[in-house]
Design a protein around this ligand. Structure first.
Ligand code: HH2
Length: 279
């Protein structure tokens, strides 16, 4: 697991990749409403690329707890112009969607990766990506966004999430999606209590045992607020610390709002990792 193939792009995983979040939604939990027109989202994406994002994750439907689902036509109207323009400007784009129709249209528009919080479980989702070369992020979620935080329960959260991800990896490879295109993600905050999230973070190395790159998405999430008492727009330091805790345990992709802060942290991390002994 040294590379990730995403369409025409091959990423080295020697050091962690940074995925910058571009939400084109009026109701995202942390930045909702600020990027709900295409030009603002495009400008934001270009700024994140300047700050050092390897991949831009464009999403048109909020998955925050309690969020209503968005009709397919509306989701396409939101994301397609943004994806088209960011690709034209040379960015590597991932589409954050659970709808096969949106996946197909986004891949046609040049997206190189599908990031699906339902791990390609929607009917038709596997077919939408199998015959393309796109990378896929398979995320674990218990329940649905409408109700997932009501009473999440696991026998053993780390084992349960690992087993689920393994089963989705098997389904994907049987459908013709090679392992070099797959990423797995425990889905922090998706049907998980604070204790579940912390257990998953502490034992992220056990998910890395699947032999696939692990993505961690902790940016601005409520667990950071629970631990620091900070409001959603004041969780940057906590987010950087949480993502570094994930990197220590093997995370290879970090999905973040503040790309510049994460890049600075990784500059230090990478320098320490690369330091030769005996000098
Ligand atoms: N978290 C969110 C959305 N998509 N995808 C992956 N793979 N992993 C995550 O942890 C993840 C995700 C939620 O964060 P955000 O995009 O900031 O908010 P919203 O869903 O409200 O747009």
């Amino acid at each position: 697991m040294h590379f990730l193939d995403a369409g025409p792009h091959r990423f080295s995983l020697a050091s962690p990749l940074v995925m910058g979040i571009v939400n084109v939604t009026p109701d995202s939990f942390s930045d909702g409403g600020r990027l709900d027109d295409a030009q603002a989202a495009i400008d934001h994406g270009l700024r994140l690329r300047e700050e050092g994002a390897d991949i831009l994750d464009v999403g048109g439907e909020s998955t925050r707890p309690g969020a209503p689902s968005v009709p397919v036509g509306e989701e396409m109207r939101r994301v397609l112009p943004v994806i088209e323009m960011l690709v034209r400007r040379g960015c590597v784009v991932s589409v954050d969607t659970r709808k096969p129709e949106v996946m197909r249209a986004a891949l046609d528009a040049g997206a190189a990766m599908v990031n699906d919080v339902t791990a390609l479980r929607s009917p038709g989702a596997l077919d939408a990506v199998a015959s393309t070369g796109a990378a896929v992020c398979l995320m674990h979620m218990q329940g649905e966004p409408e109700s997932m935080q009501q009473a999440p329960r696991y026998a053993d959260v780390v084992e349960d999430v690992k087993r689920f991800l393994l089963s989705r990896v098997e389904v994907c490879t049987e459908a013709g999606i090679g392992r070099e295109r797959l990423v797995v993600d425990p889905g922090f905050g998706f049907g998980k209590t604070l204790e579940h999230n912390l257990a998953l973070l502490k034992h992220l190395d056990r998910l890395a045992e699947l032999g696939l790159p692990v993505l961690a998405g902790l940016s601005r999430k409520s667990l950071l607020g629970r631990l620091t008492g900070r409001a959603v727009d004041q969780r940057e330091y906590a987010g950087v610390a949480a993502h570094l805790a994930a990197v220590v345990r093997g995370a290879r992709l970090l999905r973040v709002h503040n790309v510049g802060a994460m890049r600075d942290a990784l500059a230090i991390w990478n320098a320490v990792e690369e330091q030769q002994d005996g000098t």
